[in-house]
Design a binder for this molecule. Sequence first.
Ligand code: ATP
Ligand code: MG
Length: 553
Amino acid sequence: MENEVVSKNFIETEIDKDLAEGVYQTVHTRFPPEPNGYLHIGHAKSILLNYGLAKKYNGKFNMRFDDTNPTKERTEFVDAIKRDIQWLGADWEDRLFFASDYFPQMYEAAVKLIKKGKAYVCDLTAEEIREYRGTLKEPGKNSPYRDRTVEENLKLFEDMKNGVYQDGEKVLRAKIDMASPNMNMRDPVIYRVAHMSHHNTGDAWCIYPMYDFAHPIEDAIENITHSICTLEFEDHRPLYDWVVRELEYPHPPRQIEFAKLYLTNVVTGKRYIKKLVEDGVVDGWDDPRLVSIAALRRRGFTPESLQMFVELCGVAKGQSSVDYAMLEYCIREDLKMKRSRMMAVLDPIKLVIDNYPESEVEYLDAANNLENEALGTRRIPFCRELYIERDDFMEEPPKKYFRLFPGNEVRLMHAYFVKCESFVKDEDGKVVEVHCTYDPETRADSGFTGRKVKGTIHWVPAPHAVDAEVRLYENLIDEEKGVYNEDGSMNINPDSLKVVRAKLEPALQDVKAYDSFQFVRNGFFCVDAKDSREDALVFNRIVSLKSSFKLPK
Ligand code: ATP
Ligand code: MG
């Protein structure tokens, strides 16, 4: 791919070292989403990073739903997540796993810790556990239940499993060190009682493992070598290592953290996207103004553009935000050679060519993409009545305005020169029709060089035009104010969606969902995959053509 970042990221450097030192013989990564929402652009980074590493080192990539928490997980999300990852092109082959399938092994692992004297059942309430934990400055105190015998612990833990206790009545804790400077090591809870149904295991269990205990076990069971996660887990790594060490896995996985991807003035957190959906600010998780993967796909982004974006972002240890403009840069780069450049008028006004015969129609050849001949040509009907953009005509033009105004001549793209002779206003003084004459000698394919004009405008033949509803998007967040207010509410831009009625050239008649095009001078547009109308096609604007974004050197 163009613009590929060739230097190694720090994770690759670590992997190289592990392989060279013989710590691991292969590379096996995984992507472990919790099925509690749709994936977003940040997850795309994690997916492509994990999958990319597996590919690069000829290793394997697992897909694993980290569904150990029964409260928020839904099958709807499982299906959506699979669809998104497949679309991105990350192939887990036959390795699709559910962490909840490992509940029996996790239970056995807990029993093993108890038998080793490394875990105990504790009766303190959640509140008391917090108090006993101490603070960053002060060590914690041992729980009065810390010295229960192995036999007693085994019996109590089994009773926990058998439903003898209510939620919160007892927990299983790792016996590590209440004085550790790392709070995560102060006898963390590893199993809790929760009388809740699970989307996969139903009512088989009423105890569930905590994330910090479950995750290393999942990785170890699957023979993961490099367990890549985001920075907030850095302080949990000693616990991760403790779990795999105490459980004596023969090939302990290694956790490596990298910085989350954040986009400037864009909502990425699952929790916040969920709120926008629930509050009806957007029309679902795939609203094209969001950066969920489903939304980006619906808007017209391609897997290749996201791949390019993730590569440009790089992988870092330090937290930073990336400008949304970089994402726009990537989709423009990806589409500019791949898509046909069509004519579409977003704010139509009639143009009448007074000296063109009334019932005549001629067909003009047009290249689909001047920079990519492989995209071929199409024929565009040309006749007396056309549509042009309203702002391509001005009654009283300012300096340097080279488009239509009384007395001025312009080129109609792929067609003829036309000269503005007059215009018609309605009773409110609004221009409703522009009248021109054309010069038959100036047809685009005639080789005419007699004179030059400064402006070229696009157009659509009126009788053949296809109607479309076009949705023009702006950032969902008011960029002046930033994403969040002090009270945690979001600064929503009231003008993030503008809907216009457009006229398209007839070649666009038979498009289907997700087809995308350049509409010359207006941007890249994609056929909406969710909404359809009887009377018009529905298009989303992916991105406009112009950008102030410059690729960092
Ligand atoms: P969110 O913070 O958006 O709710 P999450 O971390 O709760 O996301 P998970 O389903 O737990 O979502 O994440 C699955 C994987 O994706 C994890 O390995 C996580 O570290 C990674 N991930 C989540 N958000 C980002 C991000 N912004 N950038 C890079 N990786 C991310
Ligand atoms: Mg999470």
